[in-house]
Design a binder for this molecule. Structure first.
Ligand code: ADP
Ligand code: MG
Length: 616
């Protein structure tokens, strides 16, 4: 048989390698910014258009390249940064693989302009899909400008895989933040679609953080400093009371390189133990300096993971340094969090909490309140003073009765369980036919047998349809706040909110002003407690930023989903019997009761036949 193995042509090999290096515009941003830093730049400008899909350009004032180097830089494994494998252990540059430019040039249109200080003129090179289209001498300032246009122009499948501009821009900004945070001694700016989004002058570390995340950040930061023989830790952690619902602001840098480490993240969380509200995450901006010989950054192509020789020691040092700082700045004693009682209180306390959250949350949007006629009696939500065990016992007894009667009613019915049977008996009887299981499921009897509803998902469905209607058809009622509520976000976050202003207003929000980093709210949807507002908006921002690629979901839809998620009865929340029943009825009055807004099953049924089988 003839020989069949061939060496892949370079441009094919490069395209394949590009898959590893370049996943999205943000990957290009990372590589180009890192090259600029390696080139010793003092000032770096990043320009993106359409979230980087049409253009990512980085302009630096670094050392530039000679004509030969400029041409060579696009070859695979062409690097000025290491010469032997041993150099890998002495790295003080970001790059070392010599792969980035070759990969990028394989899948985009690239324009490079570069000049070294000592040269009169610079070099300009244009490459399209690994082919050099032009090379000439140009007049250009010292340093390098690389423009990467039309990413994935020759790989439509990859291009289609990109997410919406909002999502891709979020990734770009994340990379920009990471690099800018690691190098406060370099000035950075970011232009997005022609407007300046960030302008970060050379500054100290604290100021850099504040310039990125907003003035309000300053008061939230607690410094961390620790120096030992093996490790130097410096940076800041966030005061626990400012912890966020989303994991946004968590940054680790090892020798000025952003890394992800679940293990070290755990070290920090454990330093916060007992200080954080459930479900919130502390911010941190920490730099670790270690001997490059003791780490291996070679294990991941995009280099955000790292291997330490002695992880355990690092863990312990980090944990104690953070703990020490939190203690020293008197963080620990001022705690007065309303810890989420749902998870750790005995049942006699849990009785009290039944009325607290729901009185506020459910008032307007909660289906239980909407039909006031049937609900006036529960408006006060007084907990009946029966002892816990007694009432539990009663419920079971009553329920058993019902099951019995249901059984006898339907014993001889020959109907088998099909989707349509359920339609007929979806309305539950009045009376004690519901039961809350583990504060998570609502169990109810239906004609054909038994119904188990996931309370969180079901309530989301109900609220979601409500919100959609409010947003698209009628204006919702708004509840005026006595004092305007002032909330602080980053510039990007307020941008997201102002883009959604109209939709938010049709749910009942009233914004009296939305400035760069502050917004004032004078009205909220009826039933939304003031204390929930920032949580709802935070959740909304993070949902928008992590939006799924299917763009057939409108922002209205996203908003409705997000608010439904924030306001729905959570697992672990106990609800009154009337509420349970109302939830069941409301669910089946929905257009799509079977699934939650995110397409998860809201309920299951089990017919008597099926039960019978189990007892066979
Ligand atoms: P690596 O950074 O791993 O060496 P790259 O493909 O990113 O590989 O870059 C190849 C080479 O091109 C670098 O080693 C460097 O010599 C040169 N280079 C790239 N970007 C710049 C820049 N902005 N300024 C000066 N030289 C650069
Ligand atoms: Mg590089």
């Amino acid at each position: 048989m003839a020989d069949i193995i061939q060496l892949l042509p370079d441009h094919v090999a490069n395209q394949i390698a590009a898959g590893e290096v370049v996943q999205r515009p943000a990957s290009v941003v990372k590589e180009l910014l890192e090259n600029a830093i390696d080139a010793g730049a003092n000032s770096i400008k990043l320009i993106v258009k359409d979230a980087g899909k049409t253009l990512v350009q980085v302009i630096d004032d670094g050392k530039g390249m000679s004509t030969t180097d400029a041409r060579l830089s696009f070859e695979r494994h062409a690097t000025s940064k290491i010469r032997t494998a041993d150099d890998l252990f002495l790295l003080n540059t970001k790059g070392f693989r010599g792969e980035a430019l070759a990969s990028i040039a394989a899948i985009a249109h690239v324009e490079l302009k570069t000049k070294q200080e000592q040269d009169e003129v610079g070099t300009s090179i244009e490459i399209e899909g690994s082919n050099v289209v032009s090379q000439e001498m140009v007049v250009t300032p010292q340093g390098t400008s690389i423009a990467v246009k039309n990413l994935f122009f020759n790989i439509p499948a990859r291009r289609n895989f990109l997410k919406s501009d909002t999502v891709e821009l979020r990734h770009v900004i994340d990379e920009f933040h990471r690099v800018a945070l690691a190098h406060p001694n370099i000035s950075f700016s970011l232009y997005n679609n022609g407007s300046e989004t960030f302008n970060l002058p050379v500054s100290n570390y604290r100021q850099r953080i504040v310039n990125i995340f907003g003035n309000k950040t300053n008061e939230k930061l607690v410094p961390v400093e620790e120096e030992t023989e093996v490790l130097k830790i410096s940076g800041f952690v966030g005061k626990p009371e400012f912890a966020k619902r989303t994991r946004g602001e968590q940054y680790f840098f090892v020798n000025n390189r952003f890394i992800k480490s679940a293990y070290l993240n755990h070290a920090i969380s454990s330093a916060y133990e007992g200080l954080l509200k459930n479900g919130t995450h502390a911010s941190y901006f920490l730099n670790l300096e270690v001997d490059p010989k003791t780490i291996d950054i070679n294990i991941h192509p995009t280099k955000t993971e790292i291997k330490f020789d002695d992880e355990h020691t690092l863990y312990a040092l980090l944990r104690s340094a953070v703990k020490h700082s939190l203690g020293q700045f008197n963080i620990a004693p001022v705690l007065d969090f309303d810890r989420d009682a749902n998870l750790d209180t005995p049942y006699h306390i849990s009785k009290d909490r039944v009325n607290v959250p729901k009185i506020e949350v459910d008032k307007g949007f909660n289906p239980f309140r909407e039909e006031k006629k049937s609900f006036t009696s529960t408006m006060s939500y007084k907990k009946e003073p029966t002892a816990g065990w007694e009432s539990l016992y009663q419920e079971i007894e009553v329920k058993n009765d019902n099951i019995e009667s249901d059984f006898s009613d339907h014993k001889f019915e020959s109907e088998v369980s099909t989707g349509t049977i359920f339609e007929e008996d979806k309305k539950i009887d009045n009376g004690n036919t519901t039961y809350q299981l583990h504060n998570k499921y609502i169990v109810s009897t239906i004609k054909s047998g038994m119904l188990v509803i996931d309370q969180f998902r079901a309530h989301q469905r109900i609220l979601y349809e409500d919100f959609l209607q409010h947003i698209t058809i009628s204006k919702a009622v708004s509840q005026q706040l006595l004092f305007p509520l002032e909330l602080h976000f980053t510039k990007q976050e307020t941008d997201i909110i102002s883009n959604l202003k109209e939709e938010l207003e049709s749910t009942g929000f009233i914004f009296s002003s939305i400035l760069e980093e502050t917004m004032q709210i004078t009205g909220v949807p009826v039933g939304v407690p003031e204390s929930e507002v920032s949580i709802i908006l935070e959740q909304l921002i993070s949902d928008i930023e992590n939006e799924v690629p299917d763009s057939h979901f409108s922002t209205t839809d996203l908003l409705a989903k997000s608010m439904a998620k924030s306001l729905a009865i959570k697992p672990g929340q106990s609800i009154l019997k009337e509420e349970q029943e109302h939830l069941v009825n409301k669910l089946f009055a929905c257009k799509e009761p079977n699934v939650s807004p995110t397409n998860r099953t809201t309920f299951i049924t089990m017919t008597v036949d099926e039960l019978d089988k189990k007892f066979r």
